[in-house]
Write a protein that binds this ligand. Structure first.
Ligand SMILES: Cc1cc2nc3c(=O)[nH]c(=O)nc-3n(C[C@H](O)[C@H](O)[C@H](O)COP(=O)(O)OP(=O)(O)OC[C@H]3O[C@@H](n4cnc5c(N)ncnc54)[C@H](O)[C@@H]3O)c2cc1C
Length: 231
């Protein structure tokens, strides 16, 4: 199992989120909006806080773009696939072409093994009896072990990593860097912290939401007060 970096926040069984770099504060929102009036301040005042709230309420979105969060993330591939749909931001991912894949695979906690009920478009998810949850966890573990063993065997027989990786399932962990501004981040959080989002990506979104709040508390509060709608 890959080590957890010291500054990482654990998510799921083997995943994490790290804030690898950040250039973000609430003052940049107020100052970029005020450039139209030729004004700039050095410290955040009550007036600036009011301006941030006003911009959020009236969906003046561009002042929320003058900042940057760079996250380093380890997720199962199926979570990364959902994440990469967010086009406003930059990604670089561990490709498994140049380095070997690890044997890190996602096994949900027993309480996260669920069944879906209802119709397409309005499913709800319910837990399953503990014995079934345990059997599912064991089945996943066995399938992962078999896939990883075939992967190793292919490499040992001289097959290129870019072909051998084809045998690995979407429960395998991958790593990527994601750089995003607050406006696109709020859009991501609106969609992915929402109860309709898949539980696994929601857990990452909730961790990221805490980091966003730390760096841009006024923007964060205004967004929450605005029904979590991105400006
Ligand atoms: C619960 C849930 C279920 C989903 N199910 C599916 C599914 O079944 N199948 C599927 O394919 N996807 C699915 N998605 C993905 C979804 O359709 C979006 O691709 C994803 O959420 C990214 O959202 P976004 O486009 O707002 O984000 P971003 O790509 O980051 O874009 C941010 C904003 O920029 C603007 N923007 C970006 N690109 C364009 C553009 N080309 N034209 C105009 N405006 C643009 C829009 O205002 C957009 O909201 C699902 C998402 C969620 C949250």
């Amino acid at each position: 199992m890959t080590d957890l970096p010291a500054d990482a926040h654990r998510v799921l069984d083997r995943g994490f989120v790290r804030l690898d770099g950040v250039m973000a504060d609430d003052l940049s929102v107020a100052n970029s909006a005020r450039v139209s009036f030729g004004r700039r301040t050095e410290t955040m005042s009550d007036e600036d806080r009011g301006l941030v709230r006003f911009l959020m309420r009236h969906r003046h979105g561009t002042p929320f773009e003058h900042n940057s969060f760079r996250f380093h993330v380890r997720t199962p591939i199926f979570v990364a696939r959902e994440w990469f749909r967010h086009r406003i931001g930059s990604f670089n991912e561990f490709s498994m072409r140049y380095a070997e894949a690890t044997d890190d695979f996602y096994v949900p906690a027993a309480t996260a093994v669920r069944t879906q009920v209802g119709k397409p478009g309005s499913y709800s998810f319910e837990t399953v009896p503990p014995e079934l949850a345990e059997e599912v966890r064991e089945s996943l573990g066995a399938a992962y072990a078999s896939a990883y063993s075939t992967y190793r065997e292919l490499l040992e027989r001289g097959i290129a990593r870019e072909i051998a990786r084809a045998v690995l399932p979407v429960g395998a962990y991958t790593e990527f860097y994601w750089t995003v501004n607050a406006r696109a981040l709020m859009n991501f959080l609106s969609l992915r912290s929402h109860e309709t989002a898949q539980l696994e990506i929601r857990e990452y979104a909730e961790t990221i939401e805490g980091l966003f709040e730390q760096h841009m508390p006024v923007t964060y509060e205004s967004w929450v007060a605005n029904d979590r709608a991105a400006p």
